[in-house]
Design a protein around this ligand. Structure first.
Ligand code: LFR
Length: 497
């Protein structure tokens, strides 16, 4: 029998992956989703002068390579979907061409702009107009930085395309704007479910650049003739999935009907819960939670936590300085290191930018009267335990904002391959952790393509399919007293918002 087949590109800040997915019916009648990795490639920030950029054409090239490999392997996907990190964008000129290289969200052009705009518009009002946690990388600050600097690119721009929409455009020639990505800009008003044109005018951001968002699961168009010819493949249709990787990952959380808490674990850690409406009260802002659009008409109340970025940067430092180390080895050393020796606030602003991560951690410990980590194992242990305690804090805050109580925490995303992190998280939150699947973003991406193909009706059915198809590991909490004591120490170091 022919299986419904789709191809997902999941682009993270450090790597991109292509997964083919097939919907197959087993002998017992159950439908299962089978996924296979087709291609994997690195993604890196490129510094040019003062600015940090994405190498967008390289990403396009790798996507084409992934499509070609998939067909060469014998699969014939009917659709392709792309999800990426949030907020970043490319600008398209009158002639339909891309204007320069998109900025990387860690570029420093937005420094100080959170404070400036909060003062100008009032933090609560600004927050209520988008529901988003003020993060320095939000599209609004990037565009305001460009407008203030008199950017020639901005002046020449006709259309703004967020990264997944941009990549889809480069493959199809069809410009579009997908809803979940639109909600990461801080320029989309969830109260009216439309762009905030007034705010754009105030900031010198041309409102005409923005297209009306389409819902996840919308078919955008067939890959262009040039692309089909270059790759020597039959027509394939591009679908706008839950194009924000976080939205895709949450769509693939194998939860049932009860309210649940999730943690999407990658470069960032996103901890939250799914709702039907945004929570726009000042308490949400005070606790630094966001309301981001999700698939299937949901709103996601979640907090951005600095995440494994801190460990990735330490590893990069060690790799560059001639003491390279792999993750399994690093986690092994952390496992053997003394528990709860020193703790950091992972969301201290100093940890946001690249480079010098180990000195920044040492400085934090010194300033807070704690012993400094001395070796790779101690650094890794300190980072992982601090993240786990931050998860507890965020979980409790999500409960206080919603009045819900959560029996456990669903962890998905590449970070769960780090079993020590799952175990420490269960300990720190004092509740079980349900870990899996690790490829949640790619799976969620595939699920929305199957919605577009008419194979899946909606989110509940999609999640049932994930439960039936992928393994979930349970981690039970342990060492309760030690964690309670550590949490008291942690709260004294970490203000909470
Ligand atoms: C995770 C993520 C987060 C977003 C951050 C920057 O990959 O998409 O949701 O806040 O990257 O875009």
């Amino acid at each position: 029998p022919r299986h419904a087949t789709a191809l997902a590109f999941d682009m993270g800040a450090s790597s991109g992956r292509a997964y083919v997915g097939e919907l197959a019916r087993e002998a017992d009648g159950t439908r299962r989703l089978k996924v296979a990795e087709m291609h994997r490639f690195e993604n890196e920030a490129v510094r040019v002068g003062m600015h940090l950029h994405w190498d967008i054409l390289r990403l396009l090239q790798e996507i084409k390579r992934g499509i070609r490999k998939t067909f060469q392997t014998g699969y014939a996907p009917r659709t392709v979907g792309i999800d990426t990190w949030g907020v970043d964008f490319g600008l398209i000129d009158e002639g339909g061409e891309l204007l320069g290289n998109p900025y990387h969200y860690r570029d420093s052009q937005t420094e100080g702009l959170i404070e400036e705009l909060s003062e100008r518009f009032g933090a609560d009002a600004l927050f209520a107009s988008s529901g988003l946690q003020f993060m320095p990388f939000n599209t609004i600050y990037q565009l305001y930085a460009m407008s203030r600097a008199g950017s020639a690119k901005l002046a020449a721009a006709k259309t703004l395309l967020l990264t997944p929409d941009l990549l889809t455009y480069l493959l199809t020639g069809v410009p579009a704007c997908e809803f979940t990505m639109a909600t990461t800009t801080q320029l989309f008003d969830p109260r009216t479910r439309s762009w905030n044109a007034e705010l754009m005018r105030e900031l010198g951001i041309p409102e005409t650049m923005f297209l009306d968002p389409v819902a996840p699961g919308t078919r955008i168009g067939t890959l262009s003739d040039e692309v089909l010819e270059e790759l020597r493949i039959p027509p394939v249709e591009a679908v706008a999935v839950g194009s924000h990787d976080t939205a895709s990952a949450i769509a693939a959380v194998p939860a049932g009907d009860e309210p649940f808490a999730y943690l999407v674990c990658g470069t960032w850690s996103l901890l939250g819960t799914e709702l039907n409406e945004p929570v726009l009260k000042p308490e949400t802002l005070a606790l630094s939670f966001s309301n981001e659009g999700g698939v299937g008409g949901t709103y996601q109340l979640l907090k951005n936590i600095m995440g494994l970025w801190i460990l990735q940067e330490c590893k990069r430092e060690w790799d560059d300085s001639g003491i390279p180390i792999g993750y399994p080895e690093l986690v092994g050393l952390a496992e053997a290191a003394e528990p709860l020796r020193s703790l950091i606030d992972p969301d201290d602003a100093r940890f946001y930018g690249p480079s010098d991560m180990t000195s920044k951690i040492r400085a934090f410990c010194r300033e807070t009267g704690q012993p400094e980590p001395r070796d790779q194992g101690e650094f890794a242990r300190c980072i992982l335990e601090s993240l786990a305690l931050r998860y507890r804090q965020a979980l409790e805050q999500a409960e206080s904002l919603t009045g819900r109580t959560f029996a456990g925490l669903h962890m998905v995303g590449g970070g769960i391959q780090n079993k020590l992190l799952c175990r420490l998280s269960a300990g720190a939150i004092g509740r079980p952790v349900f870990a899996g699947p690790a490829e949640a973003s790619a799976i969620g991406n595939l699920l929305l393509q199957f919605v577009a193909q008419g194979e899946i009706a909606g989110l509940p059915e999609a999640r049932r399919l994930v439960s039936d198809s992928f393994q979930v590991d349970t981690f039970e909490p342990a060492d309760g007293e030690a964690w309670v004591a550590a949490y008291t120490r942690f709260k004294a170091l970490c203000p909470g918002a």
